[in-house]
Design a protein around this ligand. Structure first.
Ligand code: ZN
Length: 237
């Protein structure tokens, strides 16, 4: 960022944090302030001779144009060290520009205007929040739709065991076995649960024989026994 735009950005930041300068009484004369003036007292000040500013909003005071010019020219003539002594008499003269009644009136007007400004800001923020919420809801719906589409493609695809085996079940040793009927029941329940999560009518994509065949294709073994079909080499993950 160029130096000038950094300087401008710093002033925009002050207004964001502390509001407009114009809703404050001038720190010197008590009239309406016009600008935020850098107090030349920030140890971490930015810029170089003749063009300095602070990133810290606390290092600014509200001043009217007349007093701001006087302050800056005093700084240019006397520098950092002589500044306090140089501006003391200027500040005293400025302080007599308005009487106490006028100062009290101006102070009250400033607060009133500040409240109005903050209300406008609040309304703008609320509107922005409402827009963001709407956008968020739209994105959530889109994500859910995409997820549903992916899941349902997965479910209907050739690999109808994906997520079940391997997944819910994994390859095991020879001592790991299940009755084919039990395994198929697990599978059916798993499919129904998946369908209900996808919010689609429940269906089981594989019939029993193709289910056993699919298990075999993935490394399990099938054996006919007296108790019925037994699948070996498969276990809970
Ligand atoms: Zn002033």
């Amino acid at each position: 960022m160029r130096v000038e735009s950094k300087y401008r950005q710093a002033h925009i930041n002050i207004s964001r944090v502390r509001g407009k300068a114009s809703v404050n009484p001038c720190a010197w004369c008590g009239g309406f302030a016009d600008e935020w003036a850098y107090d030349h007292a920030d140890e971490k000040q930015q810029g170089s001779a003749g063009f300095q500013w602070s990133e810290n909003p606390d290092h600014y005071i509200p001043l009217c144009i007349v007093d701001h010019r006087a302050f800056d020219s005093a700084y240019r003539r006397f520098g950092q060290d002589g500044l306090e002594a140089a501006i003391a008499p200027l500040r005293e003269v400025a302080g007599k520009r308005y009487d106490d009644d006028q100062k009290a009136f101006i102070a009250e007007q400033c607060v009133k205007q500040a409240i109005l400004n903050e209300r406008v800001l609040r309304a703008q923020i609320e509107e922005r929040v409402a827009q963001l919420k709407q956008e968020h809801a739209r994105l959530c719906a889109e994500l859910e739709m995409r997820q549903r589409r992916t899941d349902s493609i997965k479910l209907k695809s050739h690999d109808s065991l994906s997520g079940f085996f391997p997944g819910f079940f994994v390859l095991g040793g020879l001592s790991d076995s299940f009755l084919g009927n039990d395994l198929f029941d697990f599978y059916s329940e798993w499919c129904e649960e998946l369908c209900s999560r996808l919010d689609i009518a429940p269906f089981v994509p594989l019939r029993r024989p193709s289910f056993y065949r699919a298990l075999e294709e993935r490394g399990a073994m099938r054996k006919k026994t007296a108790k019925g079909i037994v699948i070996y080499g498969i276990k809970f993950s």
